[in-house]
Design a protein around this ligand. Structure first.
Ligand SMILES: Nc1ncnc2c1ncn2[C@@H]1O[C@H](COP(=O)(O)OP(=O)(O)OP(=O)(O)O)[C@@H](O)[C@H]1O
Ligand SMILES: [Mg+2]
Length: 511
């Protein structure tokens, strides 16, 4: 373990109004899994982009294997054996696994049948060597999220990377896929590769890494070995004070039904429905949790409930009114808020300013207008309060949202959707990408929403979150709701069984 691989010294990276990395020192040894943790906006992704040649540091030095280097581009990073696994997959769905892997590293004219056969063999070999379960001839569009991630990792290995940077790789994975990824990572380091791993899930960090470096507001707080470190210690290092994650779930007498889903059917790709005759009702003052492995219809269900997808069978009622065929706008105006799972596609407009995103879809409200004009001071006050309440790390609310860290982008969406006194809140993966402080805050907000009489539908792949917040839990599998439990009636392990279709005999997978 004494084999030095990466040495960053005094790395400083500034953006207008922020010091994203402030004299950061980081040492990574060959063959270790080195985690980087820290609050949203602490500077983790920025530091990795510096190391991968996407950003140039303003100050500081980088040494790779003992030699001082300048990493002016990702190409140079790869030459030095440094590879980064993309968080937003950049794969081409209609190409096969092997085609995607060689794409970009081969000249176009080399894309012949012979090269293809060679590439397939090489990919199969890499899979065997590191224990990846992946068919090189499969079309990428037919793969699960976990499998697509494996393609991205193989792609980086194929280019000869010795160090793999994974920025929040587990944010998009379900528990089983996380286990599989960790097995792959362990095999990689056992064979001499090195991994830098970023995650907000401290249990994961402690389970997989050797060393953990904590960043806070751009600075290194310290590097500690995972062995002997507790979650509470890590959390305190990250936040700078002890963090208590104990949530009271006071009894609330559910009121009248607000969200009534009756035999709802939503078309999927091809002839199979994505959602098959799903029924449930959520009352005022109730949190209804839906657990499920991604790709079992939850996405389509949520989009249908907020008017973004066509409902072809059954009925959807909000506060007793039939909105089965209503538009997304009409549904929003009825007081239905939506925290989308894919914030880049549904939740925010990246090039628009933070303040604009904060009122997106609500800019015609009385408090934001002055006749035909925008009420600038009113908007500014509102945005300032939200930024404060949610501790959104932003230097200037006029800046485009794309300048925010991933977690802070999510906070903008969550802050907006909680803001306009909704009656019904449809929250899909609301804490994905959030740090522990922000996660706790959002969980408290969900409970406060419940206490104030909102009907909350919570869709999450995080079973801990589902179990600690929900009054009732439904499990979706193959587009159908296959089980429903009252609070306290089911464990995470049992939910897991239903989620993979094993909880009920004779239930065939339709998805
Ligand atoms: N391209 C950019 N332009 C301007 N500011 C940026 C840019 N990229 C990052 N920042 C700022 O730098 C700081 C660090 O951001 P970074 O993305 O590195 O955080 P992070 O630790 O990865 O957070 P998260 O956990 O939310 O992903 C933030 O204040 C962010 O707003
Ligand atoms: Mg980040």
């Amino acid at each position: 373990m004494s084999d030095l691989f990466i040495e960053l010294q005094g790395i400083t990276k500034r953006f207008p109004g922020v010091v994203a990395n402030d004299r950061v020192d980081l040492t990574v040894h060959r063959g270790e899994i080195h985690a980087i943790v820290g609050e949203n906006g602490a500077g983790k992704s920025t530091l990795m982009r510096v190391l991968y040649g996407l950003y140039q540091p303003d100050e500081g030095t980088i040494a790779v294997k003992g030699h001082a280097v300048t990493i002016e581009s990702p190409r140079r990073a790869l030459e030095l054996g440094i590879g980064m696994v993309h968080q937003h997959f950049m794969l081409i769905p209609v190409f096969t696994v092997a085609e995607n892997v060689i794409l970009g590293s081969e000249p176009v004219w080399g894309f012949g049948r012979l090269r293809m056969r060679e590439a397939q063999q090489r990919v199969a070999e890499l899979c065997r060597q590191y224990g990846f379960v992946l068919d090189p001839t499969a079309e990428v569009g037919s793969l699960s999220v976990g499998e697509q991630q494996r393609v991205e990792i193989i792609k980086v290995l194929y280019r000869g990377a010795e160090l793999l940077i994974l920025d929040e790789p587990t944010a998009v994975l379900v528990p089983q896929e996380v286990d599989e990824l960790f097995n792959n990572l362990r095999q990689l380091v056992a064979q001499g590769k090195t991994v830098i791993f970023i995650s907000h899930k401290l249990d994961e960090v402690l389970a997989i890494s050797d060393q953990i470096t904590v960043l806070r507001r751009g600075r290194v707080v310290g590097t500690v070995p995972a062995a002997g470190t507790t979650k509470a210690q890590l959390a305190e290092m990250m936040v700078g004070r002890p963090v208590l994650v104990e949530l009271a779930h006071p009894p609330v007498e559910p009121g009248p039904v607000r969200l009534d889903v009756r035999q709802v059917r939503v078309p999927g790709r091809g002839t199979r429905p994505a959602v098959r005759d799903v029924s449930f009702a959520v009352g005022a003052g109730e949190i209804y949790g839906i657990a499920g492995v991604e790709g079992n219809g939850q996405t389509e269900l949520v989009e249908a409930l907020v008017g973004l997808r066509r409902i072809t069978g059954g009925q959807l009622l909000i506060d007793g009114r039939d909105v089965t065929h209503a538009t997304a706008r009409a549904i929003r105006l009825m007081g239905v808020a939506h925290i989308p799972e894919d914030r880049h596609r549904r939740g925010i407009a990246l090039p628009m300013a933070v303040w604009e995103n904060m009122i997106l879809g609500h800019h015609t409200r009385e408090e934001f207008t002055h006749g035909a004009l925008l009420n600038r001071p009113g908007i500014r006050g509102f945005v300032r309060r939200r930024v404060g309440d949610y501790d959104i790390r932003v230097a200037d609310v006029e800046a485009p949202v794309l300048a925010l860290s991933g977690g802070n982008q999510q906070k903008v969406v969550v802050a907006r959707e909680f803001s306009f006194a909704p009656q019904v809140l449809v929250a899909a993966q609301p804490t994905r990408g959030l740090d522990i402080g922000a996660t706790e805050f959002v969980m408290r907000q969900l409970l406060a929403a419940r206490s104030s009489g909102m009907a909350v539908l919570l869709v999450s792949a995080n079973l801990e979150e589902i179990l600690s917040l929900s009054d009732r839990v439904g499990v979706m599998y193959g587009g159908a709701l296959v089980a429903e439990f009252a609070r306290g009636e089911v464990s995470a392990a049992e939910l897991g069984l239903y989620m993979t279709g094993a909880g009920r005999t004779g239930e065939a997978r339709a998805g």
